[in-house]
Write a new protein. Structure first.
Ligand SMILES: [Fe+2]
Ligand SMILES: [Fe+2]
Length: 310
């Protein structure tokens, strides 16, 4: 039986399904470029050389084989993520007046998220965060990059405040304009009330050409929320990684270029660079949380105050 408000047995089911849609090109886990070669870790690559999106029939196979729970999750997400819904969540959360917590404290708080996943199989959330940070660290990337990796999913604490899964995780996309048919399960947008709003039916909808993503309303989730919490403290590429890491329609499917400005295009090279760590570092390998803690506490203190507004 699929629970209608929480169809996924674990938030990680969404990410596991992303791995099915975008399999690791090779165990080195680096993005493939058009000539079939691979980008060396640490290389900033030109997005124009990325391999084109997978052929349509592969995408259909992906959709056909998706688990019923994942499909239900996307059905709810695409039905309910309207412009109005996004505005209401922004009003509810972006005043950042719920509590004050330090970053490590928030990592421990996220770790209290209890879902229906199997504790013998699924690692605690904090170990997933550390896996991403450690993979970036092993590749010798900048310290702010490691920090972005270790915190990028902290916005999932929205689940602890009663938000349904479909309003916390899932691929993100702009609202206020036509939904791209390259968004996963595009057919589910037929039930979205915005699909009947005449103002939102063109490619640009309510936006100006190349207005920049900062002026675009994205579907609501953990990415946008965390961006607002940390936006005063991290360098711009880290903020793009955090804000747009679930924007698969853009960073993987190359959609919505007409809304991007030059800064977005440049920064999306970092978002793509980050995506390989986000997608391909989840392994069964356990993390020694107490041994790693001093390194991360020091890194956190380099960029953040002792407590932040959430
Ligand atoms: Fe995420
Ligand atoms: Fe993630």
């Amino acid at each position: 039986m699929i629970d209608k408000s929480h169809p996924l047995s674990s938030l990680d089911d969404w990410e596991d399904d992303l791995l099915r849609r975008y399999p690791d090109p090779k165990s080195g886990a680096t993005p493939q470029v058009a000539d079939g070669s691979f980008v060396a870790p640490g290389t900033t690559f030109d997005s124009s050389t990325l391999a084109p999106a997978r052929p349509a029939d592969e995408f259909r196979d992906y959709a056909k084989e998706a688990r019923a729970s994942v499909k239900e999750f996307y059905r709810l997400n695409h039905h309910h993520q309207t412009y109005e819904f996004v505005e209401s969540k922004r009003n509810q959360y972006l005043g950042l007046n719920r509590c004050r917590m330090g970053i490590w404290q928030t990592m421990e708080y996220l770790n209290t998220l209890v879902d229906d996943s199997d504790p013998d199989i699924d690692l605690p959330q904090i170990e997933h965060l550390l896996q991403t940070g450690e993979a970036i660290r092993k590749d010798g990337r900048p310290r702010w990059f490691i920090l972005a990796g270790v915190i990028h999913d902290l916005g999932k604490i929205l689940c602890l405040w009663g938000e349904p899964q479909w309003a916390v995780v899932g691929d993100t996309f702009p609202v206020g304009c036509r939904f791209s048919d390259k968004i996963v399960f595009p057919e589910f947008f037929a039930d979205n009330p915005d699909s009947k709003n005449p103002a939102y039916q063109s490619e640009l909808g309510i936006y100006q050409p190349n207005c920049g993503l900062d002026n675009v309303r994205m579907s609501w989730g953990h990415d946008e929320y965390l961006y607002h919490v940390v936006k005063d403290y991290l360098p711009q590429p880290a903020l793009y990684m955090i804000r747009f890491h679930s924007f698969y329609p853009a960073h993987r499917e190359m959609q919505y270029d007409h809304l991007m400005n030059e800064v977005d295009r440049e920064m999306f090279q970092w978002v793509r660079d980050f995506n390989k760590y986000d997608l391909y570092t989840k392994r069964d390998e356990r993390m020694d949380v107490s041994a790693l803690r001093p390194f991360y506490e020091e890194l956190i203190a380099e960029y953040f105050p002792d407590s932040l507004c959430w």
